[in-house]
Design a protein around this ligand. Structure first.
Ligand code: PLP
Length: 343
């Protein structure tokens, strides 16, 4: 199957002459810079590298992926939104999601006036291929979003390979929680599948949600369209510095230790939840959160808020389900004590 990426791109983006910044036109690091109307005084006076080359070099080393296959966004939210802007003609094209899932795909679809086809995951929160198949040949269907491990259910999605091999549009795999999962990332498959975008983030396992940096791994061609369409300086120097600091060897070891700690806490949390009568079901999870079913989610949510413990009430999405993020040992203990005192 030969996929023509250019054929999937919106005509206006294909023909777009991108903004050329001062930092695009002269790439050297040394000199007297009188080209960008910057202020000569101060410490944060210069525009940042529009392509975040130092971060990409580090990520490239770390993951054995060429820097040409990496895009950095102002959070994954920007990575998602740009996919709409590059591939989906407003009022004409469609995207497809599997619910329940992360809410931003739908919000981004609505912002971009792109129709969203939503298929329900089955009772194991897996994709039902028979339901999906008729949609795979719709030429206005441009992107299929797959969140794995899925938020808010926590499980990894199977059958992704089938979709990659049978869909001619873009397959967007959101791997925000992959570092907590025993499953392998799809980022190593971008050479094999030119229509694949794998998004990851510094917000979860890396512990830098406030920094707002998301990552896309994809073919050179897709990354070029991302670079062409993004705002010129989409990641501030402060945020680039924070990510660069986090990418040193010592810190990477710390992050890996923290992931182990969180996974160990998750195991303990689940063991404790299993002892509680009010917990009807605990769903399997490969992420840093647990979805549970209870008798009355609204009530339990409210009681926990009274105890100053805030979890996510997902009752409106999955009946009587609550999503609990794994916290510190003390936080998890407090949650369990509070849950014990309810009933
Ligand atoms: C938390 C989360 C993200 C992260 O978004 P950022 O904008 O990078 O903070 C992305 N996708 C999913 C499914 C998430 O749950």
């Amino acid at each position: 199957m030969k996929i023509d990426i250019q054929n999937l791109v919106r005509k206006n983006i294909l023909e777009l002459k991108p903004y050329s910044s001062a930092r695009d036109e002269f790439e050297g690091e040394n000199g007297i810079f009188l080209d960008a109307n910057e202020n000569p005084f101060g410490e944060l006076n210069r525009y940042p590298d529009p392509y975040q080359r130092k971060i990409k070099e580090k990520l490239s080393e770390l993951n054995q992926i060429s820097a040409h296959n990496i895009f950095l966004g102002n959070g994954s939210d920007e990575v998602i939104d740009l996919a709409f802007r590059i591939f989906c003609e407003p009022g004409k094209d469609k995207v497809l999601t599997f619910s329940p899932t992360y809410g931003m795909y739908e919000v981004s679809a609505n912002i971009n006036n792109v129709e969203l086809v939503n298929l329900d995951l089955n009772e194991d929160f897996q994709i039902d291929l028979e339901t999906l198949k008729p949609y795979l040949n719709d030429e206005n269907l441009k992107i299929i979003f797959i969140c794995s491990p899925n938020n808010p259910t926590g499980n990894s999605i199977k059958n992704i390979k089938y979709i990659l091999e049978n869909f001619n549009g873009i397959v967007f795999i959101d791997e925000a929680y992959i570092d907590f999962s025993p499953e392998e990332s799809f980022r190593n498959q971008i050479k094999k599948y030119p229509n694949l975008i794998v998004s990851q983030t510094f917000s979860k396992a890396w512990g830098m949600a406030s920094v707002r940096v998301g990552i896309a791994y994809a073919s050179d061609e897709i990354i070029r369209f991302y670079n062409k369409t993004k705002p010129p300086y989409n990641i501030s120097q402060l945020n680039q510095n924070a990510v660069l600091d986090a990418l040193n060897d010592e810190n990477i070891k710390l992050i890996q230790d923290n992931i182990k700690l969180i996974l160990n806490e998750k195991k303990l949390l689940i063991e404790n939840l299993e002892q509680l009568e009010l917990v009807k079901k605990i769903y399997p999870t490969d992420a840093n959160f647990v979805l549970i079913e209870v008798g009355n989610a609204d009530l339990i949510y409210k009681k926990l808020v009274e105890e100053n413990v805030i979890i996510r009430n997902r009752n409106s999405v999955i009946k009587n389900c609550l999503r609990i993020t794994v916290g510190s040992p003390e936080e998890n203990l407090k949650l369990i004590e509070d849950l014990k005192s309810i009933t």
